[in-house]
Design a protein around this ligand. Structure first.
Ligand code: ARG
Length: 466
């Protein structure tokens, strides 16, 4: 069939003779992905229809027929019997075309005083608002898993790292609570985004508003928006809400991938800090001994999609003149992909946090390695012997060098060795070379001492899980 034989589009084809080329149809159609907006599209149409009836723009009879038709369409879509067609481009026109089949010419009155431009902007806001609410719950779930785990591991000593070099002993509970803080900020960013998102574009029409006596406050309220968007040009041009969401999602992805990377490292036989069950690992088809942390690796990798989604939409929007451009049809896939990826990652991380088994003996041994308590020794010299910190640092460095040369730990150095370097040292110093003593001493606010971790976990429950 040649392009010339195709019918022009029944919804906008008035001035068109021949239909679109096949390739035009394919590049233009968004139904394959925007069908996900069907529930929001129908909700928006119902609110618009009810408002038009209330404003005497539509007769009550037409209004009732439209509402009944929309309800039938919703159930057809939900039951899987609805025939989506790329002939009708997108979700808006698929629904309107079906409405015409169901109720006849009255269907054509629904589009009075609106345009697909305000319609799609409304749909996407509604869809993303739901997505944000689901993600907030998923983040809360991960925080819950982390806090529970932090309490259980409040006393579990492990090496803390900087530069991935052993730095100072910390508790595993404290380390896990760091992620609870990150997720708290992530949820804050989503909440900010949701607040700004919650304005209704409906009634902006194509870009200029409308001459019909519509009630934008009514449609905004019916759809749960705080208010109608103030400027009709902005209302149809704006995708800030999606960009803000994607930026927030990319940051969360960064947090999750850092955690995922730690899980991967901790699972390695070289570290051996944790083990995971069959639930979150896979085997190798060739190496029978393997147990791979695939879930963590995939969380780490999904960050690529999240970052990609942000860059993708920023690039679509950059340089677009006001108001609507068809470019903006490309806003949906990045938003859908980011919500899907993040939802999956958050659930997988929560599952892993509940599943992982810390190997406390290995963590403890590792915390004793690498002279992790050298700072405690320097601090002790300052506190107990009145040595200035810089000199204490220097002396401790020499002690570490000596231990290295003798191939022993700090705690294994004889007192005489210590005293040749720093005469102020007494046997009392041995107490704090133990990592358990070291973490117990870090009682400053926000520090790693077990009692502080338990208090912080309790606070975190109040702040995040109420
Ligand atoms: N499918 C379109 C989109 O997602 C709907 C809006 C079309 N508007 C237009 N003026 N062609 O953006």
């Amino acid at each position: 069939m040649s392009a010339a034989d195709k019918p022009a589009n029944s919804l906008w084809g008035g001035r068109f003779g021949a239909g679109p080329a096949e390739i035009m149809r394919r590049i233009n159609a968004s139904i394959d992905f925007d069908k996900r907006l069907y529930a929001e599209d129908i909700a928006g149409s119902k609110a618009h229809c009810a408002m038009l009836v209330a404003r005497n723009v539509l007769s009550p009879e037409d209004g009732a027929a439209i509402l009944a038709g929309l309800e039938q369409i919703a159930s057809e879509i939900e039951s899987g019997s609805f025939a989506f067609s790329d002939e009708h481009e997108d979700i808006h026109m698929n629904i309107e075309a079906r409405l015409a089949e169901l109720i006849g010419p009255a269907a054509g009155r629904l589009h009075t005083a609106r345009s697909r431009n305000d319609q799609v902007a409304t749909d996407l806001r509604l869809w993303l608002r739901n997505g944000i609410d689901r993600l907030d719950l998923a983040m809360r779930g991960l925080q819950q898993a982390l806090i529970d785990r932090a309490v259980a591991e409040a006393e579990t000593v492990m090496p803390g790292y900087t530069h991935l070099q052993i730095a100072q002993p910390v508790t595993l509970g404290h380390h896990l609570l760091a992620y609870v803080e990150m997720l708290g900020r992530d949820r804050g960013r989503l909440a900010d985004c949701r607040r700004r998102l919650n304005e209704c574009p409906l009634g902006a029409a194509a870009l200029a508003g409308t001459s019909f006596p519509i009630d934008r406050d009514a449609t905004a309220a019916a759809l749960g928006f705080d208010r109608p968007a103030a400027n009709s040009v902005d209302a149809v041009s704006d995708r800030d809400f999606a960009l803000e969401f994607l930026a927030a999602a990319a940051i969360t992805g960064t947090h999750l991938s850092r955690f995922a990377e730690e899980i991967v490292i901790w699972c390695s036989s070289e570290f051996g800090f944790i083990s995971m069950t069959d639930a979150f690992t896979t085997g190798s088809s060739i190496m029978p001994q393997k147990r791979n942390p695939d879930a963590a690796e995939l969380v780490r990798a999904k960050t690529g999609r999240l970052n990609g989604s942000l860059v993708s939409l920023l690039t679509v929007m950059k340089g677009l003149p006001l108001a609507y451009g068809k470019d903006m049809q490309e806003d949906k896939v990045p938003v859908f992909e980011a919500v899907d990826a993040l939802e999956l990652c958050l659930a997988a991380m929560a599952g892993m946090v509940r599943d992982l088994q810390p190997r406390r003996d290995r963590l403890r041994v590792a915390a004793e390695a690498g002279f992790a308590t050298a700072t405690d020794l320097a601090d002790w010299l300052v506190r107990a012997a009145g040595v200035p910190f810089r000199r204490a640092h220097q002396a401790t460095g020499e002690i570490v060098k000596r231990a290295e040369r003798l191939g022993c730990s700090l705690a294994e150095l004889p007192l005489a060795e210590l005293q040749t370097i720093e005469p102020a040292i007494t046997p009392a110093v041995y107490d704090l070379l133990d990592p358990v003593r070291s973490v117990a001493s870090r009682t400053s606010f926000g520090g790693t001492a077990p009692e502080s971790v338990r208090a912080a976990a309790q606070e975190a429950r109040k702040r995040f899980l109420k």
